[in-house]
Design a protein around this ligand. Sequence first.
Ligand SMILES: Nc1ncnc2c1ncn2[C@@H]1O[C@H](COP(=O)(O)OP(=O)(O)OP(=O)(O)O)[C@@H](O)[C@H]1O
Ligand SMILES: [Mg+2]
Length: 271
Amino acid sequence: MTMLTPDTTSHTTKQPASIVQGPRADGQSPVLRCRKITKRFGGLVAVDQVDFDVYPGETVALLGDNGAGKSTLIQMIAGVYRPDGGVIELDDQAVDIRSPLHARDLGIETVFQDLALCDNLGASENIFLGREIPGKAYGMLPGLNEAKMRAEAKAVLSELHINIRNLDAPVRTLSGGQRQATAIARAVYWKARLMIMDEPTAALGVPEQKKVLSLIETLKQRGVPVIVISHNMQDVFEVADRLFIMRRGRAVADLRAADTDANEVVRLMVG
Ligand SMILES: Nc1ncnc2c1ncn2[C@@H]1O[C@H](COP(=O)(O)OP(=O)(O)OP(=O)(O)O)[C@@H](O)[C@H]1O
Ligand SMILES: [Mg+2]
């Protein structure tokens, strides 16, 4: 056995080769294409030459044990970390995603493990954060069109059957599920090209979990591809079309949900 990654301190066992995904049978090209994407933290290779594609309208579950590199991978796609190597393409165009705001401008909406909303702002303001509708204050000064933003926020939330009584209440006063729902409403309203969710149901009660899962389904129906990280196998099999499994920074399997089951997935996760 040859050591392919001599700079790696943590990867001492033999791993399967990285998975190269080709064009799909129906000829569609991926919305997101990552090639040999790599991120190191000091001597640790958190994400090691991973190839990862997401196609239009599919929900992909990103799976792996704690520390497998899932959050690090999506944080490169979300502009939090710059990759140390590899290429990210959106709709066949190589992109250098400079910041989370830049990712949003590119149409990548992310719900992080520790959520990406502004706690002190209301649901409506969060939906329009960074993309406010201009208007006139006191009928003359340049300002924001608060009424229009509130009406639009109300419309998208009600369309998604999301119940938030006071759109101006700071989102920190909302439930976990309402906060997730606000982030999803933002993605729907702005027609995100890709939605990323890191453990969206982990901190939620059962009814709220169901709501988030049904919102993921709604995103799919609207053609928004979703990457979802979850440790909950039941959720995974409920929403995912495809399962992408990582182990110690490497991609180890890329399976259609219909072709596998929880036992096999766990086996692949732990190696
Ligand atoms: N900012 C950082 N600095 C140093 N090491 C980091 C940093 N972020 C992550 N790591 C390390 O990189 C590896 C991958 O971490 P990551 O958070 O991507 O895992 P994960 O698959 O999301 O795990 P979990 O399921 O527990 O959320 C881990 O070994 C972790 O300790
Ligand atoms: Mg994580």
